[in-house]
Write a protein that binds this ligand. Sequence first.
Ligand code: NAD
Length: 356
Amino acid sequence: MKILVTGGAGFIGSAVIRHIINDTDHSVVNVDKLTYAGNLESLASVSDSNRYAFEQVDICDANEIKRVFEQHQPDVVMHLAAESHVDRSIDGPGEFMQTNIIGTYTLLEQARAYWQNLPENQKVNFKFHHISTDEVYGDLPHPDEQEGELPLFTETTAYKPSSPYSASKASSDHLVRAWHRTYGLPTVITNCSNNYGPYHFPEKLIPLMILNALDGKPLPVYGKGNQIRDWLYVEDHARALVKVAAEGKVGETYNIGGHNEKQNIEVVTTICDILDELVPTNSSYKDLITYVEDRPGHDMRYAIDSTKIKNDLGWVPKETFESGIRKTVQWYLNNQEWCQRVQDGSYQRERLGASS
Ligand code: NAD
């Protein structure tokens, strides 16, 4: 299979590409604009493969996307390119509307034109896999507010996004469903919980806490730190995504989660405990925890029911939160150079210098 991956230089996209090159026979064309979140250094271990190609292209650029489809003739599209950071979407939503909505629309239109012109034998196998988030469902009742068994997000939960980011992703999901229903484009959608693991950009909770702790800086926790997220190790997500791209049923949605509901404060204290063990200092890293004003509109709880993908496609996560977070902390300790080059911006400067 030749897979066109958008956003392949990002956190999850790069894990998908490393998995495809290392563990399958498929080939990949990575279409990425290289925003601040795109880092080709995350693909250094696979970029020499003759099954890997890179195109620095904005998904909003219809002519370039058309050229990429014609030149590379993909069998499957895995669409991950997005603006992905909720706090940035609150500070400046415009870029999120542009990439997540207009970009997805542009990609759908070019995919449709390409797919309609494919010979029949290729046309029946083509698939457009849209990668989305559980944040489109809004939030769920929190155990501090409701007793008894609490509900989980399923594939039929109604959409109720809270942030500009999740609203833009909800819009993109609706576009994908409409292109399937109206034009028959063979699409499949996955909605996943919070990912963590290697190569995560240090603005996100887990890498931010690890790197701040190592620098002796405050560990900022929003509100009371009692917001609940369902954490999934990124390599488990990458395996799920490639399985859905290959075997997922057209027109279906699959929710992907790790069954690891944790309060943010629990995540931060777990990281501190692991660092206290691996890099001991005179005091505990927990002393660095600082509570800061909560994010506006902050969702209180996300939790995924991933029964469908387990039953239909046989996917289960390999990592527990305890094993995955330990691996993640160890990865950041072992890859200080990658972190340093992201933190000082050299991953971008050298890339820009090289291409200009
Ligand atoms: P990321 O921010 O790390 O990476 C996004 C990538 O998209 C970057 O490489 C960036 O350069 C590229 N990109 C951005 N705008 C582009 C454009 N206009 N054209 C081409 N490329 C562009 O994001 P991520 O965390 O890897 O998330 C990937 C996808 O998975 C997103 O669609 C996100 O909504 C979804 N998702 C993420 C999580 C999570 O926990 N990170 C959870 C569920 C779903």
